[in-house]
Structure formats: structure tokens, C-alpha cells
Design a protein around this ligand. Structure first.
Ligand SMILES: Cc1cc2nc3c(=O)[nH]c(=O)nc-3n(C[C@H](O)[C@H](O)[C@H](O)COP(=O)(O)OP(=O)(O)OC[C@H]3O[C@@H](n4cnc5c(N)ncnc54)[C@H](O)[C@@H]3O)c2cc1C
Length: 478
């Protein structure tokens, strides 16, 4: 392996530490090890991960990992415009340009490491196109981990990065906590890939207000994503970026034991709160255009932080409806609306009144119904809140109810980085410090759809390559 060969050659190895074993950290570690080998540079790459081995993998492991590409070798021409639109023009254009420029090459690199890609349907909506690694995030983690180990990367589990060591303005190592003890690991450069701060109750409360601290995690393994890397870098002068009041959230069935038990069929029915009242335009857009605000509204603004999606048996006629439901628990089911209300603990008369007034407003031609696109089948203007698409009466028993709560996938606020994945301070890059993935900011307003894994991989890989180039420059000056 590379480090020992180099010791034999009598050269002193340089040390690179990567923190976090999700998509970003693994891509960074592998790219660094490959690049060092290609340049004949003696570098020992060590990846430290806070979780024990059996529960490592962060958000990436649970993610289906859809990526916003037309095909593995083709990105949509409007990709960068879409990024601009998602962030209301607040995103860093150079960052998203680098993302677009490196996306297909990164997918090609993953394919060279054995990952296959497919183009599955995205829940129920027809477009835009996405690709997915066969086997999702789980396959991604396994393939990258295998390749990284083959390239000599040493992975240490159960080691939580606590502080950066900085000397004369250059990052010089890391203090890690392991089994109750603290240890300093010296390193010539550090790549942070520790995810967002979704599992840090204090930070969630600070940035999202009351209730933020109780928000359920969409992926249980993200419980280690407590913003450690963000805090550590800020302590040494890193600038921040992204929307600190922004998060990606989705509605899940609280009865489900499945991780990420999302229920994404609410646009085709109505949603009621615990008082049996509607509170949201369920048909305001395709599900990936409304899920964030819907999940946030349920969590932060709805009594008991709970709601119910109400549908009728025509749900089962929607082709592929199962793709939009990851809860293993069947919906509550009843032959009458009154009976359904009792099953879900709502006042039957108020609930039936809500459904009746919705049905009275759902006067459009039901033959226009098309679950795959915004079909324009709106309820009449008298309805408040409105229902802008898919407004068919709820009339065909059995009637169905899915309980829903809002769950957070990741936060948007994080570190400012440039197109080389260098962490930026007020006077430019902080020497020896790189970051990629959720830990970096860059998202504003709403998450650009199917981009989080892609950017973790693209900038993880860039961070690995750039860190080696940084070490190489240091070597030539030594
Ligand atoms: C259910 C679900 C579905 C999703 N679907 C998609 C999708 O289809 N497409 C998409 O683009 N995105 C999707 N996302 C989001 C996406 O998966 C993540 O944003 C992305 O995988 C993040 O990768 P990451 O490497 O930055 O973080 P993670 O994968 O979360 O990895 C961070 C790692 O850092 C470790 N860590 C944290 N703190 C420390 C510390 N102090 N020391 C050492 N290690 C530490 C954590 O344990 C973790 O292993 C989804 C998310 C979820 C939960």
C-alpha cells in the first residue's frame, strides 16, 4: 500500500484527515488517495467517523440518491438556471457552475468504481429527469468505502472530531474524542464532511425557533450530524453561507418503523389538522415543490404538530402510487367518513363538513386528473385554502387516512466554500481546510431538487484532489 511503499522509499508521508463517512467524505478520501498515488506523493489518508461502524453512513446511507442529471453522461442545459431559481438568485454562481461542470465526470468516476446507474420514475411526477445509483445510497457507501480501502484509506470509527488544531494560520490537525478520551491527530490538511446540524437540538432551536429542537430526523443515522464541523471551522474564522432558516423536510407516517417512512400522496387528496380543518394548498405544485413547506407547516404551525392526508379508493387507480409511500403501515380505512374520523381521533361532524365543502368546490372535469404533472384541475375559487391541482371529490369508499408529521432531512446553513472546496475565511481560503456536502451552505429558500448527494460527491471529489494539490505545493516548498 502507498504509505508503507513510501516509507520504504525513505520519504516522509504527509497526513490527510477526512472527517465523516457519508457521500462527501468517502468521495474526498478516495479521490485524495487516487490522486496522491497518481502523483507519486506519499500521503496517508485517514477517515475518522463519529458513529460506530455498524451505524455509520450518515444521511447518505438512507438516501435513494436521485441525482438531477438527464443521463449519466448528460446534464440538463437549464441546470444552472434551475439552481438560480431555487435560491432566488442568492446562490453562488461559481459554485453551481463548478457543480454542473463536474457532474458527469463524477458520475463516470463512480461508474469506474463499479456503480451502475438507472433512470427510475421520481415518485409519481413525470419530470425533470433524474438518475439513481442502482441500490441507492447504500450501494454508494459500500462501493466508495471498498474502493477507498483498496487505495489504502484507513477508516476509524467511533471517533468524533471536536476541534481543529491550527498553527501559524494553517490547519495542522484535529482533536478527536474516542471512548471518553481526547486525542490530537496531527495532519497537514483536513477535509470536513460532517453533514448539517439537524441533530443538534440547541442549534435547531436557535435557528428555527420553538419546536425546532423536537423535529424528527428523516434518517435515523443522521443523529450524529450535530454541526460539529461547522462549529469547528467557524471557531477558526470560517465564513458562513446558505440559509440558516432553511431546511429540507418531508412528511412521514409517525406509525412507520421504516426509516424515512415518507407519504407523498397528499397532493391527490386533502390534508386536515387535528381540528379536522384544511390548512394548505395540497395541490400547490408537484410533490417535490411543496413537501418542504408542507412538512414545516405541519411541524411548526399545526396543532399537535400532526396532520392527516385524506384520500379515497381512487388512490389505488394511480399508476405506481406505491412508489410515493414508504410507510410499511397501511392507511386507516373506513367505509364512511364518520367512521374514518373516529379511527383517526377527529370530531366526525367537523371532519365531514370539511370534506363536504371541499367536495362541493371540486367541480372540475375529473377526466383531466393526471398525477404525473400539474394538471390544472383546480377547486373553485370559493375554497379556502385553495386546491390548485388534482382536485377530485373524495367520494369513493373505502376512505383512507395517513397520519403525517414533518421530518427534517438536512439543514441549509453551513460553511462558505469556493469552487475548489476550500473553506473561506474573511481574507480568502483557510490554508489546509476543505469541506464538502451538507456541512457547506449554498442552499437558500428551497433545496434544489435531487442535488444534495450530487454536490456531496462532486465537491467531495474536488476536495480530495485539491487537498493533495495543497500538500504537493507544501512539499515543494519544504
Ligand atoms: C431519506 C432521505 C432521502 C434523501 N434523498 C435524496 C435524494 O434522492 N437525492 C439527493 O440529492 N439527496 C437526498 N437526500 C439528502 C442527501 O442524502 C444528503 O444531503 C447527503 O447524502 C449528505 O451527504 P454528506 O456526506 O454531506 O452527509 P452524511 O451522509 O450525513 O455524512 C456525514 C457523516 O459525518 C459523520 N459525522 C458527523 N459529525 C462528525 C464528527 N464530529 N466527527 C466524525 N464524523 C462525524 C456522520 O456520522 C456521518 O456519517 C436524502 C436524505 C434523506 C435522509
Amino acid at each position: 500500500m502507498l504509505p508503507s511503499e513510501d516509507r520504504h522509499a525513505g520519504k516522509a508521508s504527509r497526513q490527510l484527515l477526512v472527517v465523516g463517512q457519508g457521500a462527501a467524505g468517502l468521495a474526498a478520501a478516495l479521490a485524495a488517495a487516487e490522486t496522491a498515488r497518481r502523483h507519486g506523493l506519499p500521503v496517508e489518508v485517514t477517515l475518522v467517523e463519529k458513529a460506530p461502524e455498524e451505524s455509520a453512513g450518515g444521511n447518505t446511507l438512507w438516501s435513494p440518491s436521485y441525482m438531477r442529471l438527464d443521463a449519466p453522461d448528460r446534464i440538463a442545459p437549464e441546470f444552472e438556471d434551475d439552481m438560480r431559481r431555487a435560491s432566488n438568485g442568492r446562490g453562488d454562481e461559481l459554485y453551481f457552475h463548478a457543480l454542473a461542470n463536474n457532474a458527469t465526470a463524477t458520475v463516470g468516476w463512480l461508474a469506474a468504481h463499479g456503480l451502475e446507474f438507472c433512470s427510475p420514475g421520481y415518485y409519481l411526477s413525470a419530470g425533470p429527469k433524474r438518475i439513481q445509483p442502482v441500490g441507492g445510497g447504500c450501494a454508494l457507501v459500500s462501493a466508495l468505502l471498498r474502493a477507498a480501502r483498496r487505495h489504502g484509506v484507513v477508516v476509524q470509527y467511533g471517533r468524533a472530531a471536536q476541534r481543529l488544531v491550527v498553527e501559524n494560520g494553517r490547519v495542522n490537525g484535529l482533536v478527536v474524542a474516542s471512548g471518553g478520551a481526547m486525542e490530537t491527530i496531527l495532519a497537514d490538511a483536513v477535509i470536513l464532511a460532517t453533514g448539517g446540524f439537524q441533530a443538534n437540538r440547541d442549534m435547531m432551536h436557535k435557528h428555527f425557533g420553538p419546536g425546532g429542537q423536537n423535529m424528527r430526523l428523516l434518517a435515523p443515522r443522521a443523529r450524529h450530524n450535530t454541526g460539529d464541523g461547522i462549529r469547528m471551522a467557524i471557531e477558526h474564522g470560517a465564513r458562513i453561507s446558505g440559509d440558516w432558516n432553511g431546511m429540507h423536510a418531508e412528511p412521514v407516517d409517525p406509525r412507520g418503523e421504516n426509516p424515512a417512512a415518507v407519504v407523498l400522496v397528499y397532493p391527490y387528496g386533502i390534508v386536515v389538522d387535528q381540528n379536522g380543518r384544511r390548512f394548505f394548498d395540497e395541490g400547490g405544485g408537484l410533490v417535490h415543490e411543496t413537501w418542504e413547506w408542507f412538512a414545516r407547516t405541519v411541524h411548526f404551525e399545526t396543532p399537535g404538530a400532526r396532520a392527516c392526508a385524506i384520500l379515497d379508493s381512487r388512490l389505488f387507480d394511480i399508476a405506481g402510487f406505491e412508489r410515493a409511500i414508504r410507510s410499511e403501515v397501511p392507511p386507516h380505512r373506513a367505509e364512511t367518513l364518520g367512521e374514518l374520523a373516529r379511527l383517526i381521533g377527529l370530531d366526525p361532524s367537523r371532519f365531514t363538513e370539511t370534506v363536504a365543502s371541499y367536495n362541493a368546490a371540486a367541480t372540475g372535469d375529473p377526466s383531466r386528473f393526471d398525477a404525473t404533472r400539474c394538471d390544472g384541475l383546480a377547486a373553485s375559487r370559493a375554497l379556502h385554502p385553495p386546491k390548485s391541482n388534482w382536485a377530485r371529490p373524495i367520494a369513493k369508499p373505502p376512505f383512507l387516512a395517513y397520519p403525517l408529521v414533518g421530518a427534517i432531512a438536512y439543514t441549509f446553513g453551513g460553511l462558505a466554500t469556493n469552487a475548489k472546496a476550500e473553506v473561506l475565511g474573511n481574507d480568502g481560503p483557510l490554508p489546509g481546510l476543505f469541506a464538502a456536502g451538507e456541512i457547506t451552505g449554498h442552499f437558500y429558500g428551497t433545496a434544489p431538487n435531487a442535488v444534495s448527494v450530487l454536490r456531496a460527491l462532486v465537491f467531495g471529489r474536488i476536495a480530495g484532489v485539491e487537498a493533495i494539490s495543497y500538500l504537493q505545493r507544501g512539499q515543494s516548498h519544504a
